[in-house]
Design a protein around this ligand. Structure first.
Ligand SMILES: Nc1nc2c(ncn2[C@@H]2O[C@H](COP(=O)(O)OP(=O)(O)OP(=O)(O)O)[C@@H](O)[C@H]2O)c(=O)[nH]1
Length: 353
């Protein structure tokens, strides 16, 4: 594409990274800078999400965030994604946009989205172009996915390190997560290392470079805005855009809504969430990510975030119909999670979303 036709189009950045890696934190830092007009497409797996509100709070434009909830845009919500792009293109004709950022779910497979954006026969290509894939990698949780399989060299040719996990009888959901993790790394033009403040000794660069020798690897504090794109998109040779099979096979997402009046006990809830994230249980399943809005005794509405072995509970000022928690993982059992959650609440049982 020559420079003049590029100048007329809006660049689209795909911001991806595994569950809880720190995508929203870095996107918000970029929006708070307020340096350019950025529209955001926010995709959530759960029916109830918090990212849309978190991002909207950092966004100067009231209409600058389009939320696509309840599914991964690379599978079920592909049609919605195209509609969202079309809406932004119309907006761009009225008031120019500098950039569109698509924040994917933490389990997204970018292949189908890249296909849409790089299809020169699609009418969208007259107005948009893909300027880069930015993948956030949490160095704290890295070994959980890196050690599950053999060294992924080169990841795209060796089944993304899932062969060993498969031979060891890993559950389909875990294989899906491993594959998503490594394909997100393989598709990256830029890899941002997150949570280095929590694990300064973690050394993940060699493994990432082995999986994707073409990407630029950068350290990125939570408050650091996204780097400027590299303007040099290349995919590793042999990397298939089409994901192998249904890429979320075996992954479970459960939303538990808590009735109004139910109050969670902060210490107990934080301890429970940490335990669920760090210990795989036959009873409740394997939890990778917890987030939602909870009503905490003595504090009111709070945003709960759980990823890796970290759980944070912070004040939440927006309104919410009823407090809820989203659990993402594999082989999750709703009844067991409900019962556990009830032990961390002062009264009232959670109800199904
Ligand atoms: N200490 C530390 N915490 C971080 C960093 N980046 C993100 N976090 C925290 O990690 C949690 C998850 O961060 P998010 O930005 O919501 O992650 P995400 O990738 O958008 O998560 P999902 O898309 O919802 O899976 C939040 O509690 C963040 O405050 C970091 O570099 N250091």
């Amino acid at each position: 594409m020559d420079a003049s036709s590029r100048a007329r189009k809006v660049p689209v950045t795909l911001l991806t990274g595994f569950l809880g890696a720190g995508k929203t934190a870095r996107l918000n830092a970029t929006l708070k800078e307020g340096k350019s007009r950025i529209a955001v497409i926010e995709n959530e797996i759960g029916a109830l999400g918090v990212d849309g509100a978190l991002v909207a709070n950092s966004h100067a434009e009231a209409d600058g965030v389009i939320e696509l909830a309840n599914g991964c845009l690379c599978c079920s919500a592909e049609v919605d994604l195209i509609a969202a792009f079309e809406a932004l293109v119309r907006r761009h004709h009225l008031r120019p946009l500098d950039r569109i950022v698509v924040e994917t779910t933490g389990l997204a497979d970018l292949g189908p989205v890249i296909s849409i954006l790089e299809d020169s026969t699609d009418p969208l290509s007259e107005d948009l172009y893909l300027d880069g894939v930015v993948t956030v990698v949490d160095v704290c949780s890295f070994q959980r996915w890196a050690s599950g399989g053999e060294a992924p060299v080169p990841a795209w040719a060796s089944g993304f390190g899932t062969a060993q996990a498969e031979a060891q009888g890993a559950a389909p959901g875990r294989l899906a997560a491993l594959r998503s993790f490594w394909r997100q790394v393989a598709f990256a033009d830029q890899i941002l290392l997150s949570k280095e403040d929590l694990a300064p000794e973690a050394d993940v660069v060699a493994q990432l470079r082995a999986a994707n020798p073409l990407a630029e690897i950068l350290s990125a504090a939570a408050a650091a805005p996204l780097p400027p794109p590299r303007n040099a998109r290349r995919l590793p040779e042999g990397l298939e855009l089409r994901p192998p099979g249904a890429h979320l096979d075996g992954v479970t997402c459960i939303t538990l809504q808590m009735p109004i009046g139910s109050l969670a006990l902060e210490e107990r809830l934080a301890r429970l969430c940490r335990q669920l994230l760090t210990e795989v249980s036959d009873l409740s399943g394997e939890v990778w990510r917890i987030k939602g809005i909870v009503s905490i005794q003595g504090r009111g509405l709070c945003l709960l975030q759980g990823a890796g072995d970290q759980v944070s509970i912070e004040p939440w000022s927006d309104s919410v119909k009823a407090p809820f928690l989203v659990f993402i993982g594999t082989e999750l059992k709703r009844e067991a999670l409900e019962a556990l959650l009830a032990t961390a609440c002062s009264h009232a049982m959670p109800v199904e979303a």
